[in-house]
Design a protein around this ligand. Structure first.
Ligand SMILES: NC(=O)C1=CN([C@@H]2O[C@H](COP(=O)(O)OP(=O)(O)OC[C@H]3O[C@@H](n4cnc5c(N)ncnc54)[C@H](OP(=O)(O)O)[C@@H]3O)[C@@H](O)[C@H]2O)C=CC1
Ligand SMILES: O=C(O)[C@@H]1CCC=N1
Length: 289
C-alpha cells in the first residue's frame, strides 16, 4: 500500500448518504482526487452518475470492470445498510486480498462477522462509526482495528477519517456507544432544533427568522464549549440568571425528564447497534448450518 492518503485508490461499495459524506470530506479536506475514488452500488445508476458529476469519482456499469476496480483498490469501504451486509460482504470474498484494507461504516457489524463472511481472519479490517457531519469536515468518527491491520494501514484509515473531522480510536465494543453518541447524535441535535424553531414560530417569529436564530444558537453554543474549554454545565450556569427566563425553561425541561431522556436515547441507540450486529451474526450462523 502507498503511504499517503492522496496517493491511494479507494473503492466505496454503497453510494448512499454516508458514502457521500465521507467522499466529500476526503475530496474537500483530504486532498484526495475524485478519480482516485471508485464508487459502486447495487442498482441505482442515476445515483452513481450524480456522484460522478458532483465529485468526479469513477464508476462503471460493467460487472467485470467493477470487480477489477475493487481488486485494484488499496482501501475498500463498505457503506451499505446492515440488512444488506451479509450478502454485500460475501460478494467481496473472492475480490479482496490481504494487502488491501477493508473499512466498514456499517452500524453494529462486528469485525468478527466481517472476517467470518470473508472466510479470512487475516484480512485487515477497520470498523468505523462516522457521522454525516463528515460532509463538511466536522465529522466525529470512532475507529477500531482488527489484529491484522498494520501500522501503515492504521495511519491511512486514521488519516482518511481525520480528513473528515475528528477521530477517536476505541476498543471495538465501545463502537456501539460511539454510535449512540456521535453516529446518531446529529439527529438528536436536529430534533432539538426542530423543536426550538417550532417554539420560535409559536411565539410569533416567522419560520425563517426562527431558523436563523436557532442555527446560530446551536453553532455558538458548540463553539463556546470548544473555544473556552469550560464544561457545558458551567456555561449553562452562566446563561441561567436566578429566577430568570432560562431557569424557568430548564425547570420545565428537567420536570419532563430532558436529561434522562437524552442519556437514555444515547444508550438505546448503542443497544440497537448491538442488536443489529447480533441479528447479522445470527443470520450468518443460521445460513451456514
Ligand atoms: N446515515 C448516517 O448518519 C450513518 C450511517 N452509517 C452507516 O452507513 C451505512 C449506510 O447508510 P446510508 O448511507 O445512510 O444508507 P443509504 O440507504 O443511503 O445507502 C446504502 C447504499 O448501499 C447500496 N447497496 C446496498 N446493497 C449493496 C450491495 N450488495 N452492493 C453494493 N451496494 C449496495 C445501495 O445501493 P442501491 O441504492 O443501488 O440499492 C445504496 O447506495 C449503514 O450501514 C449505516 O449503519 C454510519 C454512520 C452514520
Ligand atoms: O440510524 C442508523 O442506524 C445509522 C447509524 C448511525 C446513524 N445512522
Amino acid at each position: 500500500m502507498s503511504n499517503t492518503l492522496a496517493s491511494i485508490n479507494i473503492a466505496f461499495i454503497g453510494a448512499g448518504s454516508m458514502a457521500e459524506a465521507v467522499i466529500r470530506g476526503l475530496i474537500d479536506k483530504g486532498g484526495v482526487q475524485g478519480e482516485r475514488i471508485f464508487v459502486a452500488n447495487r442498482s441505482n445508476a442515476a445515483r452513481l452518475q450524480e456522484l460522478q458529476q458532483t465529485y468526479g469519482i469513477r464508476y462503471t456499469q460493467d460487472e467485470a470492470a467493477k470487480e477489477q476496480a475493487i481488486r485494484q483498490a488499496d482501501v475498500v469501504v463498505i457503506a451499505f445498510k446492515p440488512k444488506d451486509a451479509a450478502e454485500g460482504v460475501r460478494l467481496l470474498r473472492g475480490l479482496l486480498n490481504e494487502r488491501q484494507l477493508l473499512v466498514s461504516v456499517i452500524a453494529g457489524l462486528s469485525i468478527e462477522t466481517i472476517s467470518g463472511l470473508l472466510e479470512n481472519p487475516r484480512m485487515p479490517v477497520v470498523r468505523t462509526m462516522p457521522n454525516t457531519s463528515s460532509t463538511i469536515g466536522l465529522g466525529a468518527t470512532g475507529i477500531s482495528f482488527s489484529a491484522a491491520v498494520n501500522a501503515e494501514q492504521r495511519q491511512i484509515a486514521t488519516d482518511m477519517f481525520r480528513s473528515t473531522g475528528i477521530v477517536s480510536i476505541v476498543d471495538e465494543p465501545l463502537l456501539d456507544t460511539v454510535t449512540g453518541l456521535s453516529g446518531s447524535g446529529p439527529a438528536y441535535i436536529y430534533f432539538m432544533m426542530e423543536a426550538m424553531i417550532e417554539g420560535g414560530v409559536q411565539g410569533g417569529l416567522n419560520r425563517e427568522e426562527a431558523r436563523r436564530l436557532t442555527v446560530q444558537t446551536v453553532l455558538g453554543a458548540a463553539r463556546m464549549v470548544e473555544t473556552t474549554g469550560e464544561e457545558p454545565a458551567e456555561l449553562r450556569r452562566k446563561v441561567t440568571s436566578p429566577n430568570g427566563t432560562t431557569q424557568a425553561a430548564l425547570e420545565l425541561m428537567a420536570g419532563r425528564g430532558f436529561s434522562e431522556t437524552v442519556t437514555q436515547a444515547v444508550l438505546r441507540s448503542a443497544e440497537r447497534a448491538s442488536e443489529i450486529g447480533a441479528a447479522i451474526s445470527d443470520s450468518v450462523t443460521s445460513q451456514n448450518k
